[in-house]
Design a protein around this ligand. Sequence first.
Ligand SMILES: [Zn+2]
Length: 419
Amino acid sequence: MDQGWGIRGDSVTCLAVVALSLAIALPASSQDVYDLLLKGGHVIDPKNKRNERLDIAISGGKVRKVARGIPTAHGRRVVDLSDYYVTPGLIDIHAHFNSEGDAHSLNPDHNALRNGVTTAVDAGSSGWKTFEQFKRKVIDHSKTRILAWVNIVGPGMAGGKIENDPAQMDSEAAASVALKYPQIIVGIKTAHFQPATWEAVDRAVKAAELSKTIVMVDFQNKPGRGYRELILEHMRPGDIHTHVYARGIPQLDAQKKVQSYMLEARRRGVLFDVGHGAGSLWFRIAVPAIQQGFLPDTLSTDLHKRSIMLPRSTMNNVMSKFLAMGLTLDQVIERSTINPAKAIRRPELGSIEEGGAADIAVLEVRKGQFAFLDSGHAKLTADKEIRCVLTVRNGEVVWDSEGLSRTDWRDAGPYSNFK
Ligand SMILES: [Zn+2]
């Protein structure tokens, strides 16, 4: 570099000085200076069919521009993402984040944002009697956008005795809470119901009909209350069966072939969600189903205090497991962004839109040797792993494991620079 300056001589130096002074004299107009400029990442945004290197300019919590070659000078903070994938903020439609209200939930921000999840839907931890307390104590104070399935059981997931009591299941009351909070409540959840009757499912569907929402069903197949009947007769198009690869759900026949009623239910519009959890993702079920082309509509974690331990059902691990089971990266991203947004009827989420909320996940696909555990005490080895390195929520960097958005401490200047 020094030698080049010397050889070129004064005229080149002079030109450089002119260019520099022009740059100082003609800064980007204040309209074009963005709070945050994400440069050169490989953007995968399935809704907008983007799959290329692009820059994303963010100001005031919103995406302002998605384009190639936005000048570095136009960013107050510029982050080089040329080694990473950039996706819409991830959406986890089955998690347990009522951290103030029950024994199994986790803190949303600590567990969602570090996995690139900017929108999480709590799946019935609270019911129509307890939702407002959940909202007050957790939802209103979280950086993560928290939406909710409200449980058809009044007190929510409050243990077997209460969750098995039809007297706690009030369709009108659940519907009225859903109608009161349409910005937060996406639908009605039913789960853990043991008696071999249809009361829980049918009352949840009734509440969804009354509130013009959908249901998420966690189901146990029992004699006299069959899964086939559930997905072909009781659930409606748009309703979601979570735990699709769980033991106890007859998705496969004795020869491990996907049952024809699974395909028929999919044709009639029933959606199938992963809901990994502590007990509901079995590789020995999911792998043959995927090999036969029966992919889940949405990936989700069913993250709670137990599922985060041995099976490590975090969003990044769920994505990594499905990548290892044969989905492409695009299919994995689609099922973690726009598909869940459509499933919960929030089409404004799950994509990167100019003028839309700046919710972004930056992902690394690491190569190496990895092992993933399922809910059936089995493991799957893989040569890739998906890991979130940076999360932007509402335009703010809220997770940055590699310090990509930060200055080296030696260049950070005096304390007074600290903002
Ligand atoms: Zn759950």
